[in-house]
Design a protein around this ligand. Sequence first.
Ligand code: AMP
Length: 249
Amino acid sequence: MKVLIAVKRVIDYNVKIRVKSDNTGVETANVKMSMNPFDEIAVEEAIRLKEAGKASELIAVSLGTTQSSETIRTALAMGADRGILVETDVELQPLAVAKLLKAVVDKENPDLVIVGKQAIDDDANQTGQMLAALLGWPQGTFASKFESDGDKATVIREVDGGLETITINMPAVLTTDLRLNEPRYASLPNIMKAKKKPIDTLTPDELGVDVTPRLETIKVVEPPKREAGEIVADAAALVDKLRNEAKVI
Ligand code: AMP
């Protein structure tokens, strides 16, 4: 089984996000960037399939500026075999990402594509679903368990209030949820080895995909600041405030 994994370079989840002073977006200059956490889970799942003898080759794909190759290197250091960078300076939206990934799938013919359930920067949760639709492939989204014999796969999905088990035909698109696995850290020897693994670079033009944004960002603002709390004397005072000030009871 050949597995394609999409890895996005995003602002590290530990960074306190700052909105640009002109409200056009968030500050990315001099900010620590990392692999989207759900994509680390995607890479880990692919490596486990390879370790179990089920996957033969793992290809990590990232789309974005030239620095996205650093994210591919991280995937290679974790255990992916080779990388593909689709290089562009255009800000990519989920439909463009899905079209680019479809073009890469058409070139590489993988049996499984694993993407994160969402990117923590745009929180879109759209790419995997759009990719499956464009390919006409089954999808197992929000996966917390994945098992496959190569022809079919069983996916346990995290849904509201429980877990849903589905079987799908392969090839398929899988989107990872938090409980699918715990991603490994890359060891130093593997980081060194990853430097020798190949990364091919393509462009949207070469793939024949128009990546012009379809959505315009009007404004980005900070969430409202939380106001300080107040200690009340007793329960009666609390009820009075809830009734007459907050007017919630
Ligand atoms: P989204 O639909 O934007 O929330 O992203 C869902 C998933 O699609 C991410 O977790 C990635 O696996 C993949 N993805 C989105 N954008 C990119 C990108 N620029 N490069 C690689 N993968 C991406």
